[in-house]
Ligand binder design. Sequence first.
Ligand code: ATP
Length: 925
Amino acid sequence: MQAGFKQDKIYTFIGPVLVSVNPFKQAAIQRIRGMYSAETMRKYSGRQSFELPPHVYTIAESAYRALLRSSKGQCILITGESGAGKTEAAKRVMEYVMAAAAAARPSAKATGREVQDLLLQSNPLLEAFGNAKTVRNENSSRFGKYVEIFFDYQGQPLGGRVSKFLLEKSRVCVPGKGERSFHIFYQLLAMGGDGGDGSSCVLHALGELQAYSYLARSGTTQVAGLSDADEWSATAEALTTLGFSPERQTQLMELVAAVLAIGNISFQSNRAAGQVLAKTDSQAAVVHQEDSLKVAAAALKVDPRKLASALTNRTIATGIDRMSTPLDAAQSAHARDALAKALYARAFDALVEQVNRAVAPPPHAELTLGVLDIYGFEIFEANSFEQLCINFANEKLQQLFIEFTLRAEQAEYAAEGVAWTPVEFFNNCVVVELIEGSRPAGVLLWLDEECVVPKGTDASFLTKLASNLSKHPHLEVSKDQAARTFTIKHYAGDVAYAADGLIEKNKDLAYRNQIEMLSESASPLIAELFPAATRGKTSAKKIETAGAQFRKQMDALAATIGRCAEPHYIRCIKPNLKKRPADWDAQLVAHQVRYLGIVENVLVRRAGFAHRMPFSRFLGRYKMICRGTWPAPPAAQSPADSCAAILAAAHIVKAGYELGKTKVFLRAPASVFTLEDRRSRALHDVARILQGAYRSFAARRYRIKLREKSMAVFEGLKRRRGSWRLPFLGDYLDAAEAPEVTRMLLKAGEARVYFADRITHVNRNGKAQERILLISDRSVYVLAPTKWRVNVRVAFDELEGISLSTFADGFMVVHVGGGAKGGGAALLLQVQRKAEVVTMLVQEAGASVVCSDTIEFRSKRAGMFETSATETRTITFVESAATAGSAALLDEKSAATGQLRVLVPPVLGSKAELQIGKGGAAPAA
Ligand SMILES: Nc1ncnc2c1ncn2[C@@H]1O[C@H](COP(=O)(O)OP(=O)(O)OP(=O)(O)O)[C@@H](O)[C@H]1O
């Protein structure tokens, strides 16, 4: 693995499990080598896992094909610790599967495209609300998720479903040192609250990041290389695509703002405030600064007095009686944080629900491909309820892994009558039972019990564990009274959990008076998230603890995964803690290898066989290797004998394989390569060689044709220097290799990059900006110079035409129609390869070209604020000696007036007016 990593081979197969080592070098690997390009995707399509080097696409391909072949659900389980690359792997898998479905899609079917867009858009949205910068990962998912795509039996996506697990809501109030809260808070502030329809005064009243105590405390507000404002654009777009109405968006962002405002409320005791009314009240809390209370109440759209009361009192219902007790300042601060967390957590639930509504499959859909991206095993210095749940989830997954892979493997050898020595491995079901068991009660159930008994405390919970489970070989309760910890011996190592705070976290109760207050909010969203409880109902309904909910979720997940025909595994490994490329911390890796269960897998594989194939598939694939079996094995020969003949012809020795009852078992992976090598030599692989040669020939021919066409387009223009003399290379930036571009094209349903180069774009304020111009097979894009972010996209059918001056100045105006909306704003560009760009747009988009030295065009109205309103402008091209010897340039003074002027260095030759019709050149009169 280490050797591969040093050579940038980040993927390895250990048996059927793909191990992925985070390279921490997005730019270098992906762009230069095209690791995730559309071309690489095509390469893996339809190939068997041993035909090409290991890749995340190998797993995606085999899951998608298995889905189609067997018409049975598939799942891909991705685990690893924070920052190991799980989410990246999950995204690559999704992209690959979507691309494979698109490639197989009959062109008439549009629904697949829509589903694909919606599913891809759910990523930025869930990341904005559920991801945060941590010390381990700048974009760490703070929740687990299982995303299912529903397919029809032809492999076209019909819809999807997202299940989420355990959002780390404590981050809302206390992000760790050097970490941030959830991205959305910073996005909101970066946009100055210009979130929804702009009508909300709460959003406009937002201040600086440092003004919010929840955000300021951690000491970190920025992430290097991340623009929260840009990310907000993606979030806002996703909200709209996923069906959030403008009103809902405003309400949602107001809720986010309200959480920040709540964090600024502070408390002091009555006595300190000099308002002691009765002696017993001296400790009771009052709000310290009324202003902060008012801001929060306005954001929540509730009465400030009710908010104050809900934060400084606690209401307990006993039967139909209600008792209200005043809280002291520390308890009030606690109640405040509980309110903030409850609001955010319920908003996140609602967000996931809306995503699910938007991507819901039709009712008959049942064939699914699921991808699980869930936190790996966690061992921290202090471990609490969250780690207990996370580690429990990992125990459950390890158990499924054992069930599926190891047991199935051993069972197969037995069924096939193949001799092998069974390996001993640790079966962790005993630990799973210890945590979730009910007879005798496991850790989570004892915790639940202490949550309902009167006077149950963290300490009494620990005592119960000690007296009831002390003999359990995997549990140890600390004898040190002060330490108050218990240790579970997990399959991945021992973890000491602190008992303090467990009861409270497990109860996870929103305070009753807070819910009542929120249910009366004038914000429809908040009122919906906190429905007022009807009296009869609540008393009858048993409130579920957080532990019980999580247990249920895990059971449901295990059942879903259990229903899949085959799970596919990706284990992600982090090679170092410094997020540095090419740095290998052997100890750290060894630790992860242990808890990812890779060791057990290697043991089984070593003792057993690396590869197996049914006789019929083996014969079909390799019969050309052996004279005796080509073109068909003798009818009298048994399939096992025919396979043996092929193995002998490939010089694979007897000790290297076993023949079972129906399958060939190969001991070493190298044997598969030997067979494959023999096979391709036997076939000479003529077809593929021809195809490769044809492709590059076709590409060259396209470029030559384009230049010929260019000469026709520009014929009649007497230019001194025309850029059509340059060779036409198309993609000058290797844009087609960039994963961002692949994703962008995929989203738009486009297939190739015809042209990409750096250009200058003149914006509506007359400012020249460096940008990238990219022409695909359906659209023209103007992209930001970094990260390939889309500034403008104009589909070919919106293209109205192109205007050029008669000079060789590099300027061009691309006119855009707006369909029913009327005219759109034109693009004013200065490009080095004008001839190539113009010819390509004539050829591919059927654009018409007009040449004149005064060009009128529609532009977005200038000003400070983004607007869709347009106005007509003029640009004139004049010869000017001032620019002699340099390139043509925009007269900056003219830019301010709206009447733009381009100064062109003196040229020889006459000017001609030229009109080029759709699809061909036709000189105008
Ligand atoms: N295949 C890859 N190629 C290049 N860079 C990668 C790759 N996988 C991960 N990275 C880098 O590592 C970072 C962390 O990866 P990712 O967010 O996928 O981790 P994770 O395991 O999902 O972590 P968490 O559990 O914290 O969400 C990414 O932002 C990226 O910079």
